[in-house]
Design a protein around this ligand. Sequence first.
Ligand SMILES: Cc1ncc(COP(=O)(O)O)c(C=O)c1O
Length: 386
Amino acid sequence: MKKRSTFLSYGKQSVDEDDIQVVVETLRSPYLTQGPKVEEFEQAVAEYVGANYAVAFTNGTAALHGACFAAGIGFEDEVITTPITFAATSNAVLYCGGTPVFADIDAGTYNLDPTEVEKRITAKTKAIIPVDFTGQPVNLDAMLKIAEEHNLIVIEDGAHSLGATYKGRKVGSQAHMTMFSFHPVKPITTGEGGIITTNCEVFYEKLKLFRSHGISKTPYSVEQGDWYYEMTELGFNYRMTDLQSALGLSQMDKIEGFLTRRREIAALYTKKLVGFPGIILPEQLAGTDSGWHLYMIQLDSGIIGKSRKQIFEEMRALNIGVHVHYIPVYWHPYYQELGYEKGLCPKAENWYEQALTLPIYPGMTDEDVLYVVDAIKQVCDRDSIA
Ligand SMILES: Cc1ncc(COP(=O)(O)O)c(C=O)c1O
């Protein structure tokens, strides 16, 4: 097979002239940060997902940190999450002094398994952070039921799932708090950026305080004067700029088109790869409509006769930017140093050994997709192995 002339990355932003124009206009406006665009963007996201409130942050990691703060995570608290995620998910718990507890995944959907979550609950458990891995919503009803029974807070890590639906409703209004990321490979982008959506006013107020140094203009002091403000919490400067927000607003106008294209690409991959020996396709949880941030397959090396590493390298040699999401978080040296042991979540570890990410982003053409399909079939074709 002829090598592609250009590298096909696994994910990529779609930024057009409209997007560029609104950022330029904002650069010419009086506010580069702390201006009106931030609130407009927050309102647009809150309305889109059907939540009462949204608080924008510099990035998704900062937003998760804010959510853990708002949830009151501190020393002695345990938070249950999945090992098949980006390290930022559990790092946010560590930032607050809490202890991440990893529960195993469901082998079909690759998402956190509610029965495994229940097994990890102790008297110290304070919250659950399920991840909508690849854009597929987690079994949220089950998570919320567990949370209700044990008085826990559910922070949904929807870094991948803006626009995905769970039981007919957009992700972002059902968990106690939901985080979305706007990194360039995500469903929409603001360069870097993140947001928390919530229906809870108390969380909303805490999130706003936290992202701006823990400083508030209230209570207003007549005695002191108009300059007066108070710092009541140890917050951070995690504010999103107006430039990012303007880009986010423009991207929100296009999100449905982005999602439609991602779903078309996923359907094409599924149609062309279903039944191919050694290639396992992702299962979809009933009642969910994934946003397809990632299209992940599993490779059965026993059937294919090649290791995942060999397949990865052969695909890369064709200029296809296959990837692997994710190394189980507790395998990282930092977590190993903290005392997490390998073998903790066998299904997640088995998943990692077999996983491969195929390119998917709105700008991909059908020809791009079919090239990837032909390549993976050729690379994994047992009969063609000499
Ligand atoms: C599942 C998950 N959670 C959290 C994050 C952190 O988001 P950000 O990169 O916006 O800080 C990411 C980003 O890749 C992610 O994939």
